[in-house]
Design a binder for this molecule. Structure first.
Ligand code: FES
Length: 119
């Protein structure tokens, strides 16, 4: 499996609970794409309207064929490198389950759910 089989799905619709009503997922997506280019990492990134974790922005899903899918919340532009590292470890894993000791902090603290592969 190549890194490009891994998808990072980013919700761009969440609104910040603060007064400014900003969209942290959209800012996260911009920061993520910039860091992927800067690091020359080939991961697929997709935006979606909602991952049903609206109170924990920014929110992503890590998905790949034959692997468990993880939904992770509480992300920000400051965590994009951890997300990239999480996605790379996810891609290297046999079934999507990454050992706790190998997970970046956001992958330890922010997991909302995991769903088994379809096959
Ligand atoms: S609007 Fe982002 S998870 Fe629902």
């Amino acid at each position: 499996m190549s890194d490009s089989d891994v998808r990072i799905v980013v919700c761009v619709s969440c609104r910040d609970a603060g007064e400014d009503n900003s969209r942290p997922g959209a800012a996260f997506l911009d920061a993520l794409q910039a860091r992927l280019r800067a690091r020359s990492v080939d991961l697929r990134v997709e935006s979606v309207e909602c991952l049903a974790v609206c109170k924990r922005p920014a929110t992503i899903a890590l998905a790949a064929p034959g692997k468990w899918t993880y939904v992770i919340g509480d992300l920000s532009s400051a965590t994009v490198d951890d997300v990239i590292d999480s996605a790379l470890r996810f891609g290297e894993s046999e079934n999507g389950i990454v050992a706790w000791k190998d997970r970046p902090q956001c992958f330890r603290k922010g997991v909302v759910s995991r769903t088994p592969p379809l096959t």
